[in-house]
Design a protein around this ligand. Structure first.
Ligand code: G16
Length: 526
């Protein structure tokens, strides 16, 4: 067939290094950018097949998010803006790892298994982050799409959540919004302005936020958006990419893991700061107090803050889950794709990972109920005010995926509406002191976990060793799991004091190093 001729021709320009095997991680393929050209071409092919199969537009984002500048990666976006369905992650792995001569067989295998009509039109949206390697890698994606005669739209430099948004807008025929970056700013900023319009006694200080853009795409996009906010929020931007290196000593991952501000910025007591990650799908907040002590408000703090805000309004609409309970908590494995699906089961689902990746989902029924109350002329004033508040919240939040820009706007709006300072938000509850470490092992897959990654089932003896270490400390917990984005094992610990949390994290790291095939030097005490 002629279209396969083109695949053969084009794929020879994006050859796979023989023997190279890459695994699909938590959020797609991610490794050193030098190894990714063939992966990108093939993900262009896969996205085209997925588009034909779903008869909808599919997204491909070229980014390695919080990883260092030298890395790159690819995230695939399904029709409603969610991450690609797990069955297709398997196809992605097969296609990515097929040797050059077996590529057509792997492609035809997917076409056959999914009964794909190759005459069906295909549409793929492509975006990229600011990494040096992203331009040529996104061209490889576009080549993959065109070699199967798919149509593509290249959005160029966008944040990951912006591309998720575009895909959802396109596939809902514009119901979710207009599939342009301008449309995105208009929708979010108008909702922010509406939400905060009655927060008139807000001081200038309260309207001011400092943003660490991780020297990445988020910084660029905050600059672009600023004008749409009509001075209702003042943003001071740092690490805007003009000088510093992407994610280096800055950004949400650095701040969360190191529990300190980005290097080189001066934080005055009381100032409100937030950090984005490299593709702006995560956000964490922080401040320093008058003693110079650093305070972090991570994904857990944002989660509870959102829930507290929403609970203040949802009572009006009897929005409960089907069991009649007011609220329920679920735990899933790491990965927003797991959290997103769990959250979809509720009228209002709020999810966050501690690293600052999260959003709010409203069911169709909940959105309709809210809209009806806004429109109904008989709705009393108080109820209408609450319904409007929820409607604007729906419009400011990016329901397709965690979005640093959208989350920042909602957090800023809630602070303004409640007239609260970041310190008052922080005082809602206290975190136990905690520590997160990485351990390098020769093959991180030797660690297998269960119970939403809270217990290790292999290697033998690991969980027992962790359990007995945890017993040594008060209020202690510790978990280990293989990372889905870096070649490391992650260790988390918490305890009554920072010294205990640090000591426990170190002891657990040593156990991982010894039982799970650690490489390099043994972990040292903190
Ligand atoms: C991705 C996933 C997140 C996950 C993160 C880190 O985010 O979408 O759900 O928390 O990786 O995963 P791990 O700790 O397993 O390396 P991002 O922002 O890096 O694309």
């Amino acid at each position: 067939m002629a279209q396969f001729q083109e695949v053969i021709k084009q794929s020879s320009l994006h050859p796979k290094p023989a023997g190279l095997v890459l695994q699909y991680g938590t959020a797609g393929f991610r490794t050193n950018a030098n190894q990714l050209d063939h992966i990108m071409f093939r993900m262009g092919l896969l996205a085209t097949l997925r588009s034909k199969s779903t008869k909808a537009t599919i997204g491909v984002m070229v980014t390695a998010s919080h990883n260092p500048e030298e890395d790159n990666g690819v995230k695939l976006i399904d029709p409603m803006g969610e991450m690609v369905t797990p069955a297709w992650e398997v196809y992605a792995t097969q296609l990515a790892n097929a040797e050059q001569d077996d590529l057509l067989t792997a492609l035809k295998d997917i076409i056959e298994k999914e009964a794909i009509n190759m005459n069906q039109e295909a549409n793929v949206f492509v975006g990229k982050d600011t990494r040096c390697s992203s331009a040529s890698l996104s061209q490889a994606v576009l080549d993959g799409v065109s070699s199967l005669a798919g149509h593509s739209k290249d959005y160029g430099l966008v944040t990951t959540p912006q591309l998720h948004y575009m895909v959802c807008c396109q596939n809902t025929g514009g119901k979710y919004g207009e599939a342009t970056v301008e449309g995105y700013y208009n929708k979010l900023c108008q909702a922010f302005i509406q939400l905060t319009k009655n927060a008139s006694n807000c001081t200038d200080d309260q309207k001011h936020v400092h943003v660490d853009g991780a020297n990445g795409i988020g910084a660029l996009k905050v600059r672009e958006m600023e004008g749409h906010l009509k001075k209702k929020l003042q943003i001071s931007l740092f690490n805007d990419g003009c000088q510093g290196k992407l994610n280096h000593q800055c950004g949400a991952d650095f701040v969360k893991v190191q529990q300190k501000p980005p290097t080189g910025v001066k934080i005055n007591p009381g100032e409100r700061w937030c950090s984005f990650d490299g593709d702006a799908d995560r956000i964490v907040y922080y401040y320093t107090d008058s003693e110079g002590q650093f305070h972090l408000l991570d994904g857990d703090k944002i989660n509870t803050y959102y829930i507290a805000f929403l609970c203040g309004y949802t009572g009006w609409f009897r929005l409960e889950d089907s069991s009649g309970e007011k609220g329920q908590m679920r735990c899933t494995k790491t990965g927003v794709k797991h959290l997103h699906h769990a959250a979809q089961e509720f009228d209002i689902g709020v999810y966050f990972e501690a690293n600052g990746h999260g959003t709010v989902l409203f069911s169709k029924a909940a959105e309709e109920k809210i809209q009806l109350l806004v429109k109904n002329p008989n709705t009393d004033d108080e109820r209408k005010r609450a319904a409007l508040m929820l409607q604007n919240t729906i419009n400011v939040i990016n329901q397709t995926v965690g979005d640093a820009i959208s989350d920042m706007l909602l957090i800023e709006a809630i602070l303004a509406i409640k007239g609260m300072t970041v310190q008052q938000w922080d005082a809602i509850y206290s975190d136990l002191p905690n520590r997160q470490l990485k351990v390098k092992v020769s093959d991180r897959r030797v660690i297998d976990t269960t119970d939403a990654e809270r217990r290790a089932v292999s290697p033998a003896g690991l969980q027992e060793a962790i359990d007995s270490l945890v017993k040594k400390y008060r209020q202690a917990r510790s978990f280990v799991r293989p990372s889905g984005t870096e070649d490391v094992v992650r260790v988390y610990s918490e305890a009554e004091t920072q010294e205990s949390a640090d000591a426990l994290a170190h002891e657990v790291s040593l156990v991982v190093y010894r039982l799970a095939g650690g490489v390099g030097d043994e972990p040292k005490p903190l």
